[in-house]
Design a binder for this molecule. Structure first.
Ligand code: FES
Length: 156
């Protein structure tokens, strides 16, 4: 979810991430939000985005991923196995082959559905907050939000 300007205070469930100018300068920051979830906040082309920090596939460190556009959709590319995740929805994108016997191969982009949990970013007077997406729907990146993976990522 991209950033939005708001004049009201963020809800009590929001967590302060930092000053927008500092996030813009850094490009990306990671933070344990509300003491329970590791979130990556990044700034790209004037927009702020927030998503679970570890890749849904195998826990890859998305904070080191490149941002590229595929089929007109902005994605973060996981540095571990190059999975592509849309920044707006958290969908996993892949290239499907129409007919594997055809030459040359013809491919097109398809979605695997939402795989990475996306969170809401709010900016209030230059302060950036994240409100966790607490939907009860299971999303694959939830698997990597346990103490076990938190301990691993902080050792790295
Ligand atoms: Fe991200 Fe495998 S861990 S693509």
């Amino acid at each position: 979810m991209s950033s939005e300007e708001e004049t009201s205070s963020p809800s009590s469930a929001s967590d302060f991430i930092g000053k927008k100018e500092d996030i813009v300068k850094a490009g990306r920051v990671t933070k344990l939000v509300n003491g329970c979830r590791d979130v990556l906040v990044l700034h790209h082309h004037g927009q702020l985005h927030a998503l679970d920090m570890r890749c849904y596939h195998s826990g890859g460190a998305l904070q080191y991923g490149d941002i590229e556009e595929f089929n007109g959709r902005l994605c973060i590319v996981c540095p571990w196995h190059k999975y592509k995740i849309t920044l707006a929805e958290g969908e996993g994108l892949y290239q499907a082959v129409d007919d594997p016997t055809a030459k040359p191969l013809r491919t097109h982009w398809r979605s695997k559905g939402v795989k990475q949990r996306i969170h809401k970013v709010t900016e209030v007077n230059g302060d950036v907050y994240v409100t966790l997406n607490t939907s009860t729907e299971k999303i694959e990146s939830d698997v990597y939000q346990t103490e076990k993976y938190r301990a691993v990522s902080h050792k790295a």
